[in-house]
Design a protein around this ligand. Structure first.
Ligand code: NAP
Length: 528
């Protein structure tokens, strides 16, 4: 397929007329062809109208055709072949192996949601049969299912140009729930976005889904992105990016005449807690694994370990020495965009110039523009408590080690942290008693607590939570990775005393969808 720089509005490819933009080769800084036309207000309006027209039809598509549609998107993405991989590598600066892995994850996610749709548990069907003879009052016939929220605006993430962009987790979970999707393409990878967008558009046609089921718009976040969130026909938002943009979108959504949920993933420093026995017995090995996680993908992971907490002493000195040595050997790596690189450099310089912060190590020096050079800093518990700026995320390979007076001080620092996507504990059996005291504090502010590992590497599964209290995400009650993500785009509806012929399939007494249901409070397994 050819990248033409077009908007994908329903079945059509349309030339945007609101300014032009180009992709930038992340490694060389060169402008790449073709020019992308930005969407106008008229394009936005036409796109939302199509999505709204599609909504009632698409959300009632039966489970099997919807599952096949998701699978068709996956196979159409694979059919893009090397063209997609090569374009994505150039636009993101990420290595080919990483992009190939990300494509596999994207396809795997779509197939997982196809299985979730087929299974039908997400409908959450419940039936409380009537009890006409109940005294003093008869009980009504009450049935419940979950329906799709409505058209969803998805903002592609810069750091996952495939797995969290046009056909990534937010899109897959929204489509699985029965929501049409309008993607606001990220300006960092427009060619990748158009290619994947064409694969989704083709799947809509192949599977006979309503035209407005999917659209892709190019244009600035402030204009097209905010315009989408303001549009009354949009009923939910999926976003991954900066805290500034995320909070702006949350405010816009809350101020609408009809406020809507914004599932924004924004900022997390992912504390790593090193417990005394583990430090003593294998501090060097933990340090080497830590540096690998810190520098993976130039540190551009939302789960990057940006903070290390440990009790001060010789064992921590040893950890810092080993981590510094390992970091010194790590090549600088191309960052996603010149803007992200500049923000990283600025934040690292601010830490380096802070009077209470020691620069423990830097990675190897950059050899070309837009390469991020790793950084490891340390500070004291007193300084960390005093300076809020030290708790801010630096997006890239930078981490701050905090020397804590004792375990109590370490616990107090945990209590001072904002919401986090992950918290990683390095422990031996002898540390279990101490860890027990930390768990309530960690649960209150973390989406995923993990032991003897690091948060980078997010398994796409059924028990995964990639979320956490604000500002890790806008709504800690949900996850953006894993099958539970479908819940974000659903809401329950009750049907009281509806005649059988008017009931939705999921709730008919004969159970034509053959899904599991809760009858009178008890799980009733489908006969399949
Ligand atoms: P970003 O600037 O927040 O952009 C993300 C998306 O939001 C883009 O589509 C962007 O549009 C749009 N946007 C930006 N400002 C907006 C606004 N005021 N109103 C509406 N939409 C807006 O994020 P980024 O460019 O990907 O990265 C910048 C920083 O975000 C990083 O340095 C890092 O700190 C953070 N980040 C965090 C994560 C995470 O997972 N926690 C992931 C990626 C980035 P355009 O395409 O037009 O710019």
């Amino acid at each position: 397929m050819n990248i033409a720089g077009n908007l994908l509005i329903g079945h059509s490819m349309v030339r945007g007329n609101q300014g032009t933009s180009y992709a930038i080769d992340a490694a060389t800084g060169e402008q790449m062809e073709p020019a992308f036309g930005g969407a106008s207000q008229q394009h936005l309006d036409a796109t939302c109208a199509l999505a709204w027209q599609a909504f009632d039809i698409y959300r009632e598509t039966s489970l099997e055709p919807r599952a096949q549609f998701l699978e068709r998107i996956a196979s159409n993405i694979l059919d893009l072949g090397d063209e997609l991989i090569e374009r994505c590598v150039r636009e993101s600066g990420l290595p080919r192996a990483r992009i190939e892995g990300e494509r596999a994850r994207t396809v795997g996610q779509l197939r997982m949601f196809a299985d979730v749709v087929r299974d039908g548990d997400f409908v959450g069907a419940r039936i409380d049969p009537p009890q006409p003879d109940r005294k003093p009052l008869p009980r009504v016939d009450l049935r419940l299912r979950h329906i799709a929220l409505g058209p969803v605006a998805v903002f592609g993430a810069s750091n996952f140009p495939l797995a969290f962009s046009v056909a990534g987790g937010d899109t897959a979970s929204a489509l699985a729930a029965g929501c049409p999707v309008i993607v606001k393409a990220h300006s960092a990878h427009p060619g990748t976005s158009e290619l994947v967008g064409m694969a989704v558009q083709q799947a809509v046609k192949d599977c006979g889904m309503p035209e407005g089921t999917f659209s892709l718009l190019f244009g600035s976040g402030r204009e097209i992105g905010q315009g989408l969130v303001r549009d009354a026909r949009i009923k939910a938002v999926g976003f991954t990016g900066s805290r500034g943009a995320g909070t702006e979108l949350i405010a816009i959504a809350a101020e609408r005449p009809e406020p809507i949920p914004v599932y924004a993933e924004m900022s997390s420093i992912n504390p790593v807690l090193l417990f005394p026995h583990a430090m003593q017995s294998r501090g060097d090995a933990i340090a080497r694994a830590f540096v690998q996680s810190l520098t993976l993908g130039a540190g551009q992971f939302c789960t990057n370990p940006g903070l290390v907490l440990a009790v001060d002493g010789p064992a921590l000195d040893g950890f810092i020495r080993a981590a510094a040595a390992a970091l010194g050997d790590v090549q600088a790596a191309t960052m996603l965009t010149p803007g992200i690189h500049m923000t990283f450099e600025r934040a690292v310089a601010t830490f380096a110039g802070h009077p209470d912060v020691v620069t423990e190590a830097r990675g190897a020096a950059p050899t070309s523009q837009s390469q991020g050079q790793g950084a490891l800093f340390s500070t004291t518990d007193v300084a960390f408590r005093e300076h809020e700026a030290l708790k801010e995320e630096i997006f890239g390979s930078s981490s701050l080690v905090v020397r804590c007076r004792d375990l109590q001080s370490m616990l107090e620092l945990v209590e001072s942290l904002e919401g986090q996507l992950t918290s990683a504990l390095h422990i031996d059996e002898e540390d279990h008693e101490a860890v027990r005291r930390f768990l309530p504090a960690l649960e209150r502010r973390t989406g995923r607590i993990l032991v003897n590992g690091f948060g980078t590497g997010v398994e796409v599964g059924h028990a995964m939570v990639h979320g956490g209290p604000y500002p890790a995400t806008a709504d800690g009650r949900s996850t953006s990775v894993g099958s539970l993500a479908i819940q974000r785009f659903l809401r329950p509806v009750s049907y009281q005393d509806l005649p059988e012929s008017l009931l939705p399939e999921a709730l008919k007494t004969s159970n034509p969808l053959a899904i599991n249901r809760r009858i009178d409070g008890k799980i009733s397994l489908a006969q399949r």
